[in-house]
Design a protein around this ligand. Sequence first.
Ligand SMILES: [Mg+2]
Length: 293
Amino acid sequence: MKRSFEFIVNPIAGPRDNVKYFKQLKAKLRERGISFDSKKTKRAGHAPKLVKKRLVKSEAVIVSVGGDGTFNEAASVLVGTSREMAHIPRGSGNGLARMLKIPGKIDQIPDYLERGVGRLIDVGKINDDYFFCTCGFGFDALIAHDFSKSETRGFWTYARSVFNQFWSYRGVEVHLVLDGEDLSGRFFTVTFANANQYGNDAFIAPHADLQDGLLDVTFIRPFPLVMAPVLALALMGKWIHKLPNVEIRQVKTVEVRSIASAYFHCDGDVYDAQMPVKISLEEKALNLLVPGQ
Ligand SMILES: [Mg+2]
């Protein structure tokens, strides 16, 4: 049966003009005879309501158009169902889309939607909420907090914030339990990765697999300032696990017992984590369309 689609469009995700983009995309879809409907989100937290409405009204594949945050909101409704979902990356980081080679170019989208293959992927869980890329605490959460307060978006906003915060940051003291084993220490960041990257091809967990039922937990210990460029290169070059101050563990569950920091992030957005924080996975719980051959 030919698929039809229900687009949930975040008009203000990412650094570029999504309204103009979606207009062009609609023209392309009509040209190809693809059947669809669309709704725009009006505010953060609106996407789940739109998705729930569409689920009872039609059999269409839900397609989120936006960043990792928009995807998170829409996909969270579909976790645990077998309903197919697709995503068109228009955010600042686009971690999951980059990992799965989901296209953002208008010319490539009809093929992705028509010939895409449903793949069951693992979904991360932090307390009662889901994450699809990464969540965690430490320096990256501080940056997410900065980013949320910023009036501009995109890569350079991230870069500026990283540069400004780095000089005074001293790491965070934490007590964790990983699959029943205690671990305490001071870390620059600790990241719980379902996908292999934060977004922008910054690979925080180069070997993370979306279907192995395991979370990759990346611990970065505090490091001298002169190492910062090496860390950046290692992140972009997929070799962060080779650095002496980095350790990656694969586990099923984590509990954060105590932490001396207020900031968590979840899929790049600031997250209000209630203690104790429990992090786990739901295996193969989302049916996501990935590009076909
Ligand atoms: Mg995994």
